[in-house]
Design a protein around this ligand. Structure first.
Ligand code: NCD
Ligand code: ZN
Length: 344
């Protein structure tokens, strides 16, 4: 029997939602992960310190009895965000990052940023107090092809932004391209990048070949195979710039299986089994702990979790196809391959 032991992993990009959905999905993450950076794109978004405090309370109430999972809260950056409110939330230890969504880039991003000059005072305050900015790195201009949104964002927005506030710590969230990998790799200590579980597994064929497959549609959308291979090489390289952010993003099936389906893959349930399979395929099981458990805390200035996780190789792992919620089922991401590593 083959086993590996790692520090308990963390998820540096997670959607927990609210209400009934929060109650249904929080246990899926809390089962395996020690901490997670909680995305603030609720309706309405988590914009202020008070919003974050209230949302954190609702998350804590949704955790299973005895869980020691810690939600790491974020604020949703708007053009009206008050630097003093951000500073207070950071000083209280309430928030771990601020999230930048370009307006209109993805699910519930209507309140995001259009005019980057307007948020400069907040970014400068964040640089001063050492609070990282999580960035959804896609331009939304109508004349840019959706498959080019990330590469164009790096050139037009991200690089100028980092040059103008060089002390700001930035996380490129859910990178999906080799341009993203190259930029993160060469960005120095103030730049990190998260990679999702699903972008290590699927390329755009999964969405489009043999009929449209809405459960593989997420944003940023999966790209060509060469990009998936670049992401796998980055994740398994041991480079501390790269760490796990699942972007597990639940939507009920009727909202995915629709003429205008929502973006998001739900991977909270089987992420660790998928990652072990991927890292084994790459001959890099020894790099899994760095990617899932060590590089993220190091970037955020935190200690790794004390607790450990054991992964055991054996017969294909079984996991539910769907998680039930009172509003409808949420389909668990199907990696289209048997998974041999179980947690425990
Ligand atoms: C996310 C969601 O559903 O909130 N969807 C997704 O496809 N990843 C939003 C996001 O992170 O872009
Ligand atoms: Zn996300």
């Amino acid at each position: 029997m083959q086993q590996i032991t790692l520090r308990r992993p963390d998820d540096w990009h997670l959607h927990l939602r609210d209400g009934a959905m929060l109650n249904a999905v929080a246990p899926e993450t809390a089962r395996h992960f020690g901490r997670a950076i909680i995305m603030p794109n609720l309706i309405p978004p988590v914009v202020t310190r008070d919003d974050a405090a209230a949302y954190k309370g609702r998350i804590m109430a949704a955790l299973p009895e005895g869980s020691d999972f810690q939600p790491l809260m974020t604020l949703y950056l708007t053009e009206d965000t008050d630097p003093a409110d951000v500073k207070r939330a950071k000083e209280e230890g309430l928030i771990s990052a601020v999230k930048l969504y370009p307006a209109g880039a993805t699910t519930n991003s209507a309140s995001g940023v259009t005019n980057f000059d307007k948020v400069r005072p907040v970014l400068e305050t964040m640089a001063e107090i050492g609070l990282p900015l999580c960035v959804h790195g896609e331009v939304v201009d109508a004349d840019i092809d959706i498959f080019d949104r990330e590469a164009v964002f790096i050139d037009r927005i991200l690089d100028p932004l980092r040059t103008s506030v060089p002390e700001l710590r930035v996380i490129m969230e859910h990178i999906t391209t080799k341009q993203g990998v190259d930029y993160a790799r060469s960005g120095g200590d103030n730049l990190g990048a998260t990679i999702t579980t699903h972008h290590l597994v699927i390329n755009r064929n999964a969405i489009l070949v043999g009929g449209i497959k809405p459960h593989y549609y997420c944003l940023p959308v999966a790209k060509r195979e060469e990009h998936r291979l670049a992401l796998r090489a980055a994740a398994t390289s041991g480079d501390p710039s790269f760490f796990l952010g699942t972007d597990s993003a639940p939507h009920i099936d009727p909202l995915k299986e629709s003429a205008c389906g929502c973006a998001g893959c739900f991977t909270a349930t089987n992420t660790m089994s998928i990652l072990a399979e991927v890292f084994e395929q790459e001959g890099a099981l020894d790099k899994l702990e760095g990617f899932a458990s060590l590089h993220g805390p190091a970037f955020y200035g935190l200690e790794p979790n004390e607790a450990e996780m054991v992964l055991t190789k054996g017969e294909p792992v079984t996991y539910p196809d769907k998680i039930a919620t009172p509003d409808g089922d949420v389909t668990v991401f199907d990696p289209m391959m048997p998974l041999h590593w179980r947690v425990g």
